[in-house]
Every structure is written in structure tokens, then in C-alpha cells.
Design a protein around this ligand. Sequence first.
Ligand code: GLY
Length: 398
Amino acid sequence: MYKDMPVISDEEVEQALWFSMEQVVRNLPEFTHKFQNAYSENGFYQPIENQEWTTGFWTGEIWLAYEYAKEKEARDQAISGNSEILKKAGEIQVASFLNRIEKKIDVDHHDMGFLYSPSCVAAYKLTGNTDARRAAILAADQLITRYHPVGEFIQAWGPMDAPENYRLIIDCLLNLPLLYWASEETGDDKYRQIAEKHIHTAIRNVIREDYSTWHTFFFDRKTGAPDHGATWQGYRDGSAWARGQAWGIYGCALAYKYTKREEYIEVFRHVTQYFLEHLPADMVPFWDLEFTDGEEQPRDSSSASIAACGILEMIKSMEEKEAAVYEKYARQMMKSLYDFYAVKEPEASNGLVLHSTYSNHSPYNGCNHCGVDECNSWGDYYYMEAMMRLHKEWIMYW
Ligand code: GLY
């Protein structure tokens, strides 16, 4: 499969990181006291307050750019200044995240990991910022309030007593590392125990027999028994929403990292295989894996970066030979993104990667039409993360 597709070289990885770092720095005047919106409009992000589930990705880009700039400055004293500028901007954003969680501004949902891992856990790991640590622990406290002990899962959206919301979504697997981190930091095992329960419930239910995935899954409120799967952002209930499948790939890699359950490596293999087998020729998926070459449908470039990150995490626990096979897939996807999807000129966009899809309405799903065929903040973030993973032994923010 894909054996003739080129792989990204180390030099191209450097070029991608260098451009990304400079693009982040160019964005700081507009996006230090504000955040990038979830998606661009005609290629350009508009500034927003610290709201929505997505603002952590922009802060995460700042920290990735900081790491990269610092490394370059340490090697070459002539390159100056960017790391300090980035660090100051990151600290301003961390203060905003602390304020957000203390005042509970738009935190009544499960996306605490997406918000607080790449922003505050990252800041704490990189700089020892104690406000960041405090904010991330408060976010973990907030996240566990959404746990349902009967169903043994964390509810994604909506009021906790609303029957129509008694469900988990596959994306939540990425919110759980925050809980493992909180247990490690505080010595209190309650966060880890909840994360573990959710992982088992999620993986048992969102993965279908053919290893495609449900976006969301409902349970019986009284007994906690599995009820049914449904999509929200995918094309239709039985299809595989591309980003859901990609969250599944990265989610399984993280599930294995934190639980060390061997069965999750096997699930990872199958879920990844399904994704790879449903890619178009350039290895960057359409927004739903139902679609392929020749169809007039938008891409979701962010899914390729998310999948590459998951693969690059999982291969750390694989035998050399198998790891090399998977690394090649990741390098091929990143090469395609770098050559055909990445922004090359700041005049064209203030983002990093074009042709992503946030939410595409179909006759069979319930979501709005927004951020279609644009950059989006997690697409940019995971593109940088994947490049960073290819560049060095990266210490995860997750
Ligand atoms: N977590 C929501 C999304 O991926 O769009």
C-alpha cells in the first residue's frame, strides 16, 4: 500500500518547522491577547476571546514554536530573540486560561484536554509555570465532573441530566491525558481511575466490527448498557467521519501509552489500517472516509496530521520492523501535506495548513456548515506536532 509515495525528508521537516515558527511569530501582534478562531475565513483567522473548545491549539502552536526557536538559538547564537518573544506570549495566554477556568467561562463540556494540555500542561512542562499547573489541575477537576459512574464514561456535551446527551464521543480520548497528568502531579488517583474507565467504555463501543468508528455513542441511562452509535459531524450514521477515525488512531496510541493494555496496540493497527485503506491517492482524506478520488467533496487535511501524530506515538512501543512500516506512512502523509496543503506564503494565509474541514452539513447529520475547506486551529497545531515528532524525541504535551 502506498509504496511509491515519497516520504518527507529531514530537511523538509526542518523547513516546515522553520516556516511554522516564523508564521506563529508573525501572528503574535494580533494573537497574543486574543486567540485564533477555530477556522480561517478565506485563509485568514479572525481573533476571538478565550472561548470555544479550540483556543488551546493556538497556544500549543506558540509553545511548539518556542521549543523549536529555543533549540535553534542554543545551536546558533546568531539567531536571536524569537524564543523569548514566544515565551512571553505563551505566558499571557496561560494567564487567560487560568482566568477562564477560575471563572468557569465556557467550560461546561468535555474538551478540557484539548484546551489545557497544549496550553497549560505544555507551559508547565517547558517552563515550570505554576499558574499553568494550577489551571490544568482545575481543568482536570472540571473534566471529572462530567463522569457518569453508571455508564462509566465522560459525557461530551450538554447538561448532565439531559437524556439526549447521555453519550460519549470518540474525540474525548484526546481529553484524557490531562487526567493522567493530574494524577501524576497531585498524587490523587481519582483522575486516572476515571480516565481508565472512560477509555475502556469508549474503545469497546465506538469501534465497529470492521474497525471503522462511530463518532458518538449513546448508553442506557438506567443501566449504563450500550445503546447505539450515531454521527454528528460525519456524512451519515454508518459512515466513518475522517477526523473521528483519526482521533481513534491517536486515541488508541494514547490509550496504550497510559494503560499499557496490549489489546489497544491491536485495535490501533486495525483502526489505522481502515483509515489508510480509505485514503485517496495523495493520502489526505476527504472529510468523510465514504468519499474518495473523483468526488466533489472537501478534504479534511487536519485528519492526516492527527493520524500521523498517533502513528508516531504508537511506533515508540513497536518492534523496529513494524515501527518502520508505520513511520513510512506518517512520513508519506506529512510529505503530501507539506507539498500540496501547507501554506508557503504569508500573503496567502495566516494559518499553516489549507483544505481542512471543521463541520460539513449533510442531509444525514445534525451539524452546521462552517470552516469547510479552510485552515483550522487543530489542523495547524497537529501539523506542527507531527513535524516536531519527526524532528526530535519530543516530550508530549498530552
Ligand atoms: N472535537 C471536535 C472536532 O474534531 O471537530
